[in-house]
Write a protein that binds this ligand. Structure first.
Ligand code: XUL
Ligand code: CO
Length: 442
């Protein structure tokens, strides 16, 4: 992959990040991510499909509710919006090229600032789509997914597709149309809907059923438009239980799958699961992944982690190898992503203010996933992990258990079996043994 810079080099002094192996002392090198290394017939690059998130890395400025920005970007200097946006895109492609990653993801308003003028916004986005096309062609970087930001502007405070005011819904539609056009023009592989404000704060003012019907109609309308324009990629819904809205309609994987099934959207939509959203929903991330895999709906992943000591979406970079090994076990056993990849929806901390910190953050996350992939593959090759789980259900593999699975036994038959067999034996779930088995390979 080519590193391309624009008028100026933004990340000076940082060269292309290369694989140097676990023993290297170079902090700006990969210890585990060896893009071309083959694991089970696919390269690491093909398994992991890493993407850089535009919003955290090139827009988020470190500000929090208590303090002003701490990340002062040199690409934010020009007065005109399109000029500023091109500088930012130069920085983004330089960064992605230096990390040698295959993909990026963005919201419409990440690549260029939006005003309140629909037609002007379309023109601005179009200008940046043209610029991005050239950059993609020159670098080989591709668009994993695009989305429309339907939550920051104050017009969306009561929802976008679920807003009680039809006029607001039409503005959301205009934004989605332009973002879909951008996705198609850039050969984007998928399109994401994250419903930041699609939920409610109080039932006293909310017709929940009607709002959910509007959301489904909106998704059908957007999907039909994109398909008419020839878009072949997948649509993803990204579940999140709360924050910013108290009750969100896309609470978790199970809720979203049931919504998609109810409104006949299963064919075109899959899930984009995010670690910190899972933990906010009171689930482990692996639970969410397994729910999606079991329904054939694992589309993509937003990689990050929360903080064990507080309860909001801190979007930290992943660094827990045990959790990631369990993650990669499910991804590998589930056959990988349906169209998506691993997008770092993560930000460096407010006080990580060196340009190099953006590299260290990504290198850490990338290496942890790569190492987890290697470990998970070894565990699966070794075979005992899968064998223990299979054997646990062996009583359903033959005889009456198999007949039950096929629907061949009545409640009376089950009672007869209970009496004939006497009291069942006590069988260990062997959790600690399995935890040790995983650690053996780390
Ligand atoms: C918010 C979040 C979003 C989506 C895209 O928590 O995860 O950044 O990934 O809108
Ligand atoms: Co996300």
């Amino acid at each position: 992959m080519a590193v391309i810079t624009g008028e100026k080099e933004y990340f000076k002094g940082i060269a292309q990040i290369k694989y140097e192996g676990p023993e290297t002392d170079n902090a700006l090198a990969y210890r585990w991510y060896d893009a071309g290394k083959k694991i089970g017939g696919k390269t690491m690059k093909e398994h992991l499909r890493f993407a850089v998130a535009y919003w955290h890395s090139f827009c988020g400025n470190g500000a929090d509710p208590f303090g002003e920005p701490t990340h002062l970007y040199p690409w934010n200097e020009k007065a005109d919006a399109v000029g500023r946006a091109k500088d930012k895109m130069d920085a983004a492609f330089e960064f992605i090229g230096k990390l040698d990653l295959p993909y990026y993801c963005f919201h419409d308003v990440d690549v260029v600032d939006y005003s309140n003028d629909v037609v002007d916004n379309e023109k601005r986005l179009q200008a940046l789509v043209n610029y991005a096309s050239e950059k993609q062609a020159a670098s080989g970087v591709q668009l994993l997914w695009c989305t429309a930001n339907l939550f920051s502007n104050r017009r969306y405070m009561n929802g976008a597709a679920t807003n009680p005011d039809f006029h607001v819904l039409t503005h959301a539609a205009a934004q989605v149309k332009a973002a879909l056009d951008a996705t198609i023009a850039l050969g984007g592989q998928n399109y994401v809907f994250w419903g930041g404000r699609e939920g409610y704060m109080s039932l006293l003012n909310t017709n929940m059923r009607r709002e959910q019907e509007h959301l489904a109609r909106f998704l059908h309308t957007a999907k039909d438009y994109a398909r008419r324009q020839g878009f072949k990629g997948a649509f993803f819904i990204e579940p999140k239980p709360c924050e910013p809205t108290k009750h969100q309609y896309d609470y978790d994987a199970a809720t979203v799958i049931s919504f998609l099934r109810q409104y006949d959207l299963m064919e075109d939509f899959k899930l984009n699961l995010e670690v910190n959203h899972a933990t906010l929903a009171g689930h482990t991330f692996t639970h969410e992944l397994q729910v999606a895999v079991d329904a054939g709906m694992l589309g993509s992943m937003d990689a990050n982690r929360g903080d064990y000591q507080n309860g909001w979406d801190t979007d930290q970079f992943p660094n827990n190898i045990n959790e990631l090994v369990e993650t990669m076990l499910i991804v590998l056993e589930g056959g990988g992503f349906r169209g998506g990849g691993i997008n770092f929806d993560a930000k460096r901390r407010r006080n990580s203010t060196d340009m190099a910190d953006l590299f260290h953050a990504h290198i850490g996350g990338i290496d942890c996933f790569a190492r987890a992939l290697l470990v998970a593959d070894k565990i699966l090759q070794h075979g005992e992990y899968a064998k223990i789980r299979k054997e646990r259900y062996a009583s359903f593999d033959s005889g009456k258990g198999a007949a039950f699975e096929k629907g061949g036994l009545s409640l009376e038959d089950l009672r007869e079996y209970a009496i004939a067999g006497g009291e069942p034996r006590v069988t260990s779930g062997r959790q600690e043994y399995l935890e040790n088995l995983i650690n053996r390979f780390i």
